[in-house]
Design a protein around this ligand. Sequence first.
Ligand code: 13P
Ligand code: SF4
Length: 358
Amino acid sequence: MSQSSQTTAAEAKTGPTAAERFGIVERPVLEWTPEIAEETEPLYQKVKDHIPRIEWPVYAPYVAAINRLKKERNAVILAHNYQTPEIYHCVADIVGDSLQLAKEATKVDAEIIVQCGVHFMAETSKLLNPDKTVLIPDMKAGCSLAESITGADVRLLRERYPGVPVVTYVNTSAEVKAETDICCTSSNAVQVVESFGVDRVLCIPDEYLAQNVAAQTKVKILTWKGHCEVHERFTAEELLAYKEADPEIEIVAHPECPREVVEIADFTGSTSGMINYVKDRKPPKVLLVTECSMASNIASEAPEVHFVKPCNLCPHMKRITLPKILDSLCEMKDEILVDPAIADRARLAVERMVNLKH
Ligand code: 13P
Ligand code: SF4
């Protein structure tokens, strides 16, 4: 992740670090004992189809240590739907899509939020919880969309299109959010675009999301050339080949996919929208056209569904691991700080979205 789109601790430092405020605890000894085996067995049952029993003794001591330390520290773990099954099912307190995590972040009681997801998600939590400590287990967990645009780019767009409202996908840095009117996620983009009641809106930076929104509204959408490096790889050709091989397969796609992919999908929605569709409809076979871990995460909750997985992984989401979560809680790192010069304006853009009536 480039330094330009990320507020470093040094830039936004206003006082003692999280480690100084809360203290560092030594990493516990990680042993596979009969007590750990018993304590973690109910959690193992949730991930047993993804983690071989023989490997559980490696995971379980981390799971137990994280859950214990989380309580001692009064911390809560927010995890995105793309996190690996052992994070999603065994240590997360709240899971969801970007909008759900942003909303949940406003209700958190705990003093510390550990964000298992990518940097912009942690930054959004910090914007909505300026007085809480927000940690991300790996500061390098970026996002190709967030990297595709800067605040200066948005200022140039405003000069080029004066008076046109700017809707920014939540997958952006705080610096970019600060330059925009309102944020959106994949689950509310159409509603947000239409909320202005005007005939032209800039919807940035995801070109494909913008095209997919444009197909659902009369509002003329202007956009940017940003793409998600995971979803841009799917092709209509590839999906039609699956469908030809097995016409029973339902195709469920994320709106960050190219337009021609979305056009052949049976359903398109945010990560949680996709999950709900599968859980409600229970198609016998489904191809989730999105990050690979999501199918693993919901498989145990939809056992009657057979998931066909074209396995595209998000390398940024996969930077978050159990050992890094444990280190994060022990050493109170990496702390998310937002430059006060941009925080208030960026917060406003997120709050306008969160407060939008559904
Ligand atoms: P959702 O808002 O649908 O969870 O998407 C976030 C994301 O990063 C998808 O790639
Ligand atoms: Fe960003 Fe794509 Fe990864 Fe989502 S899946 S975090 S949009 S790179």
